[in-house]
Design a protein around this ligand. Structure first.
Ligand code: FAD
Length: 421
């Protein structure tokens, strides 16, 4: 397989996952990352990894790194909940998820810290990831592709994989009609340490819940706790990973959903302090527990997120550049499928490329068959996330009154409501 060289643009979730698998299968694989070093950007949010994401990690990572992923993920509690509430945390409805406290059932979703997962996936690839290599464009021929970088250099490979995230320059160049659409809502994400002076910021009834509080004027607030199953420092040392984990403390991840027009112009250029002020303003009418999360935020980690939705290409170009993850099927985080779908792509592409040696298939077959499989499940997830996002923005005033006032009030008489001090 060393005759087939693979150049991956982007050392994010999907790029690193694919690289592990291809390296183990004997491909000549190199990863080119725009950032100058591994943890330069503070993307300290937690992601929920579902059965597809877990299966992809199990398939691609070396066993000790997969164990490390499981060890540092949050415990799979006996029961966890997704609660939809009004802005005072009065419950509208809840979904209950049965867990598996033994952690053995790999279909049970887990919460992981994104930076920790990325650090785990960087292990063993230190000499394969080239930092400070910003991809500008690719040139394709019938037997390979050349990647051009902003420092003037270029490299050639049999296959280029565009895993360069939502603002992918390769997508802009090669799929110019597929620029993702903006949704009507954008977000501000942040995190706050879970414990303050020994007390948890999350009230006990909500400890194992993800909560989405629907507020006035199209605003919403999501929060959930990220509790490490085993302290990353201990788990990294126990499993022989010789790097300092990026984070060791449990935290609350929160996100504010805001109608796009409530964001100042050039929101991406707002500094952390200005964003923090905007966040505090946006939650002024919410329950004090919610306000406390934002007040206690680790301001360096507060970040704006434009929610965008991918457009499916009418036709996939038959070329030596393929795409994975947000580069080609970005979706809003409602539903928590973006990262899982990106990991699933990595596993599928690894399967197809490895079939070249195992089943005697050609590289062209691998590319086509990957694109066909990926576009089926990925754009289904895009549609599902879009629909879910619409459901959370209730525009009809009568519907809003019933959902956010009448139902929580009625539930308070049946002991089904929450009492949050
Ligand atoms: C707040 C938040 C919460 C989320 N929660 C969840 C969740 O619970 N579950 C879930 O499944 N998903 C979740 N997601 C989505 C998930 O994080 C993304 O879908 C996932 O990271 C996509 O992986 P990727 O490999 O496609 O891209 P990324 O992980 O974004 O990686 C892209 C990489 O490419 C690099 N890059 C970009 N441009 C260039 C260039 N020109 N040259 C070289 N390198 C470049 C970037 O620096 C980056 O390292 C969430 C997203 C956000 C923002």
């Amino acid at each position: 397989m060393s005759e087939i060289s693979v150049a991956i643009a982007g050392a994010g979730l999907s790029g690193l996952c694919l690289a592990h698998s291809l390296l183990r299968a004997g491909f000549d694989v190199q990863i080119y990352e725009r950032d100058p070093e591994p943890h330069i950007r503070r993307q300290g949010y937690r992601i929920s990894v579902d059965e597809h994401g877990i299966a992809a990690l199990q398939r691609c990572l070396p066993p000790h790194l997969f164990k490390l992923f499981l060890a540092t993920a949050s415990p799979t509690d006996k029961a966890s909940y997704f609660r939809v509430t009004n802005q005072e945390l009065g419950e509208v409805f809840r979904l209950t998820f049965k867990g598996d406290p033994s952690g053995a059932d790999l279909r049970t979703p887990r919460q992981v810290d994104r930076q920790t997962l990325r650090a785990i996936m960087l292990e063993g690839l230190q000499d394969r990831v080239h930092y400070g290599k910003e991809v500008l464009r690719a040139e394709t021929t019938s037997d390979g592709a050349t990647l051009h970088f902003s420092d003037g250099s270029c490299i050639r490979a049999s296959l280029v994989v565009g895993a360069d995230g939502v603002n992918s320059v390769l997508r802009k160049q090669l799929l110019p009609d597929c620029e993702p659409d903006d949704t009507s809502s954008w977000g501000i994400y942040g995190r706050s340490l879970l414990f303050h002076k020994g007390r948890s910021l999350v009230p006990r009834p909500l400890e194992t819940s993800g909560v989405f509080a629907i507020g006035p004027s199209g605003r919403g607030f999501f929060f959930t706790a990220m509790r490490f199953g085993e302290a990353p420092q201990t788990a990294f040392a126990r499993l022989g990973v010789n790097q300092a984990p990026p984070i060791n403390d449990d935290y609350v991840m929160w996100g504010i959903l805001l109608p796009k027009e409530q964001f100042p112009e050039h929101q991406e250029k707002l500094g952390a302090e200005a964003l923090q002020r905007l966040a505090q303003e946006a939650v002024r009418d919410f329950h004090p527990v919610v306000q406390r999360f934002v007040e206690r935020a680790d301001v360096d980690y507060t970040m704006p997120v434009r929610f965008r939705v991918a457009k499916k290409p009418d036709m996939w170009p038959v070329s030596r550049v393929v795409f994975m993850g947000d580069a080609v099927h970005v979706m809003p985080p409602t539903g928590a499928h973006g990262g899982n779908t990106a990991l699933r792509d990595a596993a599928l592409l690894a399967d197809k490329l490895e079939a070249i040696a195992i089943q005697g298939e050609t590289l062209e077959w691998a590319i086509l068959s990957y694109q066909e499989g990926m576009s089926k499940y990925a754009f289904r997830e895009v549609e599902a996330s879009k629909t879910m996002m619409k459901r959370f923005s209730i525009k009809n005033p009568l519907m809003s009154w019933v959902m956010l006032r009448a139902i929580p009030w009625m539930r308070s008489f049946t002991n089904k409501s929450l009492t949050i001090e």
